[in-house]
Design a protein around this ligand. Structure first.
Ligand code: SF4
Length: 447
């Protein structure tokens, strides 16, 4: 369990110099205990005190990175039980298991299929994150070949899944420097697995028989020098796994129970493909850092990545598109209509779809409204005549649009006079809803 504010205070230098930010050492201690400050902010902490305080100031759930490069997966570093308390930081990684008995060429093909899964939704790419290579043959040779084939075929981080340290060693040798997740250290093999993970600088998953066993193992593996640990409660029934994942999260966040201060991994065990989605969805909702599935189809992935996107989108930071001039519905020319809107992604994609439906290639000038919709931005002073006039003159619109007419959303018609005055452009008041664009452009643009 973490230290209390007063316990931390006893270890601080007590200079009350406020160089750390808060006015006193006591205030800083309270902030540290609440996880709202970093010990690094105080330059006067002794090495002894730092060692004692490090665990208190560490985040309740450690950030663990699997893989390297552009597709590396960061998990953990969560600080709350509920998104509305603050936000969730790292979305659940989705992975698919492949068995080494399939043979290298079949595995390579399947790995390419997994890596190519990519769904675009409100401007974001939703993708699968991991491939697990499982030792089904129980032999080092086929496992090594399988790992090699999957790694060459797909640039995704790997989960190496073998119980025998000798087999695991073969897999690790094929992935030098790639930081695969080593799965798993359990009661019978944890010393050897921890040694392999430490030598290779890889994260290691710890699998317990139950939560007590898991806490015991995590403590031992951490004591063996492994800092990056992933917890597997070992339960393989939906209700039990859900209860365990919830308990782990609660103990880590509320009690700062260090053995559970790591991200976790859950395994889908349902046989039925539709139930697999439901089971994985439960784990995405609460509180899996990684969900591994055995079978995969495109139709199974789409609902999961969509659910994940919804849960892990910060409601305080709306999804935005880049503010700039877009050409929509084909190559817009100098005589094409010019619409203006906000950079809230849902607004953008709705307007984009309606412009495409009009079948008239058009310019769409997107103004930076900090991700708010047209009306909200207008009410908040973020979608003003001045901002639109500025966007018209700085976005390159003048070079691409031959006429000097801009179509304003009907909801903000009230600013049309001011916009004409500020920009020098003629303002046409467009429909209130973008669904009216096809009929508007036909009637007013002669299209
Ligand atoms: S910088 Fe250190 S010594 Fe100074 S007030 Fe903060 S905690 Fe106390």
């Amino acid at each position: 369990m973490g230290l209390t504010g007063l316990e931390i205070y006893k270890l601080l230098p007590k200079k009350n110099c406020h160089e750390c930010g808060p006015p006193t050492c006591l205030a800083f201690a309270m902030a540290l205990a609440a996880g709202k400050a970093s010990l690094d902010a105080c330059p006067y902490v002794s090495d002894e005190a730092r060692a004692a305080l490090d665990s208190a100031s560490a985040p309740p759930i450690r950030l663990v990175t699997i893989g390297t490069g552009e597709r590396k997966l960061d998990i953990g570093d969560e600080t709350v039980l509920f998104r509305h308390d603050k936000t969730f930081f790292h979305e659940t990684g989705l992975g698919f298991e492949l068995g080494d008995a399939e043979g290298p060429s079949a595995l390579a093909e399947r790995a390419r299929d997994v890596a190519s899964l990519d769904f675009e939704r409100v401007g974001q790419h939703l993708r699968v994150n991991l491939i697990g290579v499982r030792s089904d043959t129980g032999e080092a040779g086929p496992f090594r070949l399988a790992v090699k084939a999957v790694q060459e075929a797909a640039s995704l981080p790997l989960v190496l899944m073998a119980e025998d340290p000798g087999i695991m060693k073969a897999g690790i040798e094929e992935t030098a420097g790639a930081r695969p997740l080593i799965y798993a250290a359990a009661q019978g093999n944890w010393e050897a697995m921890a040694k392999l993970a430490k030598q290779a600088g890889c994260p290691v998953a710890v699998r317990g028989k139950d939560l007590d066993d898991l806490a015991d193992l995590a403590t031992k593996v951490a004591g063996a020098g492994c800092k990056d640990i992933v917890l597997d409660p070992g339960s393989r029934k939906l209700a039990r796994t859900l209860a365990d994942l919830t308990q782990i999260r609660r103990l880590a966040i509320k009690r700062k129970f260090r053995p559970f201060g790591y991200p976790n991994i859950a395994f889908v065990t349902c046989e039925d493909p539709e139930l697999q989605i439901a089971e994985a969805g439960v784990y995405v909702a609460k509180y899996a850092s990684i969900v591994m599935m055995r079978s995969f189809e495109r139709w199974q992935v789409l609902p999961l990545v969509t659910l994940r996107q919804n849960i892990y989108t910060d409601p305080q930071k709306p999804i935005q598109v880049e503010p700039k001039l877009y050409s929509i519905g084909g190559e817009a020319g100098p005589d094409s209509p010019l619409y203006v809107t906000s950079n809230f992604s849902l607004t953008f994609f709705t307007v984009q779809g309606d412009i495409e439906a009009s079948k008239v290639p058009s310019h769409l000038l997107v103004v930076d409204t900090e991700g708010t919709s047209v009306l909200t931005a207008w009410a908040a002073g973020k979608f003003t005549a001045e901002k639109i006039a500025d966007a018209l003159s700085t976005s390159g619109t003048i070079d691409k649009v031959g006429h000097r007419k801009v179509i304003l959303p009907g909801y903000v018609a009230a600013m049309s006079g001011k916009l004409e005055e500020k920009s020098g452009w003629e303002v046409l008041v467009g429909p209130r809803e973008s669904s009216g664009i096809p009929s508007f452009v036909k009637a007013r643009w002669g299209a």
